[in-house]
Design a binder for this molecule. Structure first.
Ligand SMILES: Nc1nc2c(ncn2[C@@H]2O[C@H](COP(=O)(O)OP(=O)(O)OP(=O)(O)O)[C@@H](O)[C@H]2O)c(=O)[nH]1
Ligand SMILES: [Mg+2]
Length: 314
């Protein structure tokens, strides 16, 4: 289905596994706009019996109210703390060493706490490592991390950091998550049909942030979900394959067509240019033009049986 991450991910997983016995605390960097979908499905397993600090990166782009819910959600789990930050602002990272010590517990009064940063591509791992180290030790930007020998770097507050982040693949087994990852720009635009992503995103925004959507595109109404003759259903994975637009309850096709008509111009022949509308919506969403917003809440986390497709234990 969505084959974007090649075999080197297995190598990354192996490297993380090898490094973990030496690590006291795992830092998982998440995108604050989608803290569930930007998590790595394997990480929970990899870091079993390790305390985890969840860093919700890009807090500057996320809805502050939702971010508080997410932090409370993670803080309520055993051996887990969360901190939301604008990772590019180094001063917001000052609390991290203390949180690492708290998570590591009394055991680590004798030596530096050893920490490893992990997360999906482009989530802000290198920015975090450099911000903590106070200098550029990891390459930032949109290129995948260069694999090199892992070294430990002492940062302030008696914390030693593995300087190569563990790059893991995102949650793709859940179709709703894949669409949110695509909407945020975390996965490349060729991985899923671009217009489909915008259609689903339009419906989701109509549900979660109707005023922001209406204001930005001067929409007077947000049409409710109605199956369109001729328009393809956008279906989620799973045994019943529910229609993602029906789940959102809004007519993403009609909303996107309206945005396209207002902002995209018409194609020759007078047809609305949905692709251009998709470009406008996704570009503006990713650049914060619709305001600070979050694409999922803790309530969107599927029940374990639904997420794995396995039956719940009797
Ligand atoms: N607005 C905003 N941008 C951020 C934040 N954190 C990181 N970025 C930007 O996101 C982009 C990716 O950041 P990196 O630190 O390179 O991400 P990474 O996880 O190391 O990426 P890979 O090495 O490709 O896996 C950069 O352009 C950063 O400037 C943040 O909190 N807010
Ligand atoms: Mg990096």
């Amino acid at each position: 289905m969505l084959g974007w991450y090649p075999g080197h991910m297995n190598k990354a997983r192996r490297q993380i596994k090898e490094a973990l016995p030496e690590i006291d605390v795992a830092i998982e960097v998440l995108d604050a706009r989608l803290p569930y979908s930007s998590a790595n499905p394997m990480l929970a397993d990899l870091t079993r019996h390790k305390p985890v600090l969840k860093i919700l990166s890009r807090a500057d782009l996320a809805d502050p109210e939702r971010t508080r819910e997410w932090v409370a959600h993670f803080d309520a789990q055993p051996d887990m703390r969360a901190l939301a930050v604008t990772t590019t602002q180094a001063r917001e990272l000052k609390r991290i060493p203390r949180l690492c010590h708290e998570l590591a517990g009394a055991v680590r009064a004798d030596r530096d706490v050893r920490v490893m940063v992990m997360g999906i591509p482009n989530v802000g791992k290198s920015t975090l490592i450099n911000g903590l180290a106070g200098k550029a030790i990891a390459k930032t930007g949109n290129e995948p991390a260069v694999t090199k020998r892992q070294q430990k770097v002492r940062i302030g507050g008696r914390v030693a950091l593995v300087d190569t982040p563990g790059v893991l693949w995102p949650k793709i087994e859940d179709q709703a998550s894949a669409y949110r990852l695509a909407a945020s720009g975390a996965i490349r635009d060729t991985a899923i049909d671009y217009v489909d992503v915008a259609v689903v995103t339009a419906a989701e925004l109509a549900r979660r942030y109707p005023e922001a959507l209406k204001t930005r595109y001067k929409l007077t109404t947000l049409p409710a979900y109605a199956p369109h003759p001729g328009a393809e259903r956008v279906e989620a994975d799973g045994p019943e394959r529910p229609d993602l637009l029906a789940l959102a309850g809004f007519d993403g096709h009609a909303i996107l067509a309206e945005i396209a008509a207002k902002r995209g111009g018409l194609r020759p022949g007078g047809e609305v240019d949905l692709h251009r509308g998709a470009e406008v919506l996704l570009h503006e969403l990713r650049h914060g033009k619709l305001g600070r917003l979050t694409l999922e809440t803790p309530a969107d986390i599927p029940a374990p049986s639904a997420a794995t497709g396995e039956d719940a234990p009797a």
